[in-house]
Design a protein around this ligand. Structure first.
Ligand code: GTP
Length: 481
């Protein structure tokens, strides 16, 4: 496999490993945070918020409920009715006092005997069974229960919407005397719910036992109706109204809602506190997106740096594999890879090509006399001199040990002999400075040229025997073969 493919394979594996591990870590932390938030909402936040709102609502709903209950058992009221409802100012003052001292929206008494509707300013009207606005009274007087809670228009206050606590009044002899109670302004309760919604970031609504939404803030249910008709909620409506204190889940428009339902027995209403789960986990989602973005940058950076480092080391390895470390000349393996091209080039263009094979004479003696480092120094200087004696395009190679090969492009045998002779003389006249020694050395040269249809092997054999001959006839010479 080529280096490029190997590098690509490494990049892909690294990329996959990083992506998988980063994704695994990010997703595991995302889902575990999501689960923690989900559990915290179900087990803590929703019940606690519901409790807090319930306690607040109690003040606004339960207190009027008990005031109404006390009014229905007030002996003063019973005595006044039994005495013939004389002087309506008396009961008006009583209703006024009740309204002022308990700070309720309105207070009332409707007498069964006179059918008068008393309110803090006196007699408001005489109720009539045929008037739709008075239906509530004729319903309340038939009740089996001692009271009812009714959301209705307050005729005594410009027909504004109010929650009435209607309590039936009986005297000692259990004779039905009428209906009394107080009304709480819906407007005030509405504002209260809006405030809680804002404060707790939840949807809050009050639902009666039939499922009708009686009061809501303005977060979601702008048009209060029955929960049996509201998308999403209708799926759990029956279960929600059957439980006194429970948490439910439903999905609407792809959003998951968590709902805490709590029954308020005093006012017979269900308190619904609802949270959109997506809103609660939005921060975790943002953290996940941020993590993925950061991971992408880190992965890209890692891959870029890895590629750069691998390429750098690859280049180093390539150089190490092709260049002789000591002399900085190309080595024999590289030369063999190049040789076919050199020969083909020469054949194609019909250019003369010559080869010089050079060997340091009695190099072993230098090593043995002055040590190996001295020999190395000699090799380095010889290599440098050989390289400096030929053209840039010529190939100088460390053939092995103390032997060098030089390929001379566009160079005749005659010229090659001349060059070899020049080199021989230069080397023979050169002194290598090592430590405190000045080392002298000579070199033997074999020279040949490329002849028609030569193979590389034949060419090298010829130059090798020329060198052998030079050595044999006394060293420090150039022999042409
Ligand atoms: N210092 C050094 N010595 C080397 C290196 N490579 C080979 N040699 C030594 O070169 C010497 C070559 O010795 P021989 O092959 O006997 O040849 P020579 O002594 O030059 O004798 P002739 O070639 O017959 O003139 C050996 O002692 C090798 O150990 C090297 O990289 N550094």
């Amino acid at each position: 496999m080529s280096q490029f493919l190997q590098q690509r394979k490494l990049t892909i594996i690294l990329c996959l490993l990083l992506v998988c591990s980063f994704l695994a870590v990010s997703l595991v932390s995302y889902f575990s945070s999501k689960k923690t938030i989900h559990l915290a909402l179900i087990e803590k936040e929703l019940p606690l918020t519901s409790n807090a709102i319930y306690a607040e609502l109690q003040k606004d709903l339960v207190r009027p409920f008990f005031i109404s209950s006390m009014m229905s058992t007030n002996t003063f009221l019973q005595d006044w009715v039994s005495a013939g409802e004389k002087n309506p100012q008396v009961i008006a003052r009583y209703l006024q006092e009740t309204k002022a001292s308990y700070q309720v929206f309105t207070s009332f008494f409707v007498s069964e005997q006179s059918q008068h509707y008393y309110y803090p300013n006196g007699i408001l009207k005489t109720v009539s069974a045929t008037d739709p606005a008075d239906k509530w009274y004729f319903r309340a007087r038939q009740l089996n229960e001692p009271y009812e809670i009714n959301i209705d228009y307050d005729q005594a206050n410009a027909n504004s919407l109010a929650i009435f606590m209607n309590f039936r009044v009986f005297n000692q002899a259990q004779k039905f005397l009428g209906v009394t109670g107080v009304g709480v302004s819906m407007d005030r309760l509405f504002k209260l719910l809006c405030q809680y919604e804002q404060q707790y970031q939840k949807n809050i609504y009050l639902v009666d036992a039939t499922g009708r939404v009686r009061l809501t803030g303005n977060n979601r249910l702008l048009d209060p109706k029955s929960i049996h008709d509201i998308a999403g909620l209708k799926d759990i409506a029956h279960q929600a109204l059957a439980r006194k204190d429970a948490v439910f889940q439903y999905v609407l428009d792809g959003h998951n809602y968590l709902l805490h339902v709590r029954y308020m027995p005093e006012v017979r209403l269900f308190l619904f506190v609802e949270s959109q789960e997506d809103l609660a986990i939005i921060k975790v989602k943002h953290a996940l997106y941020f993590n993925i973005g950061l991971c992408t940058v880190i992965i890209l950076l890692t891959i870029f740096l890895t590629n750069m480092t691998v390429r750098k080391y690859q280049r180093k390895l390539e150089v190490m594999a092709t260049i002789d470390h000591l002399t900085q000349l190309i080595n024999r393996q590289t030369f063999e890879a190049l040789s076919q091209n050199i020969l083909a080039d020469s054949r194609r263009h019909n250019h003369p090509l010559s080869v010089i094979m050079a060997d340091i004479d009695l190099f072993k003696d230098i090593n043995d006399t002055y040590g190996h480092p001295a020999g190395d120094q000699v090799l380095k200087e010889v290599a440098h001199m050989l390289k400096a004696s030929v053209r840039e395009a010529d190939v100088v190679c460390r053939w092995g040990g103390e032997e060098f090969a030089i390929f001379l492009h566009k160079c005749s045998l005659e010229d090659a002999n001349r060059i070899a002779e020049q080199i021989r003389q230069r080397i023979a006249n050169h002194l290598v400075q090592y430590d405190m020694y000045s080392l002298k050395m000579t070199m033997s040269f074999g020279v040949t040229n490329y002849r028609y249809d030569d193979t590389m092997k034949e060419l090298l054999q010829r130059v090798d025997s020329a060198l052998y001959k030079a050595k044999f006839i006394g060293r420090n010479q150039v022999v042409s073969g």
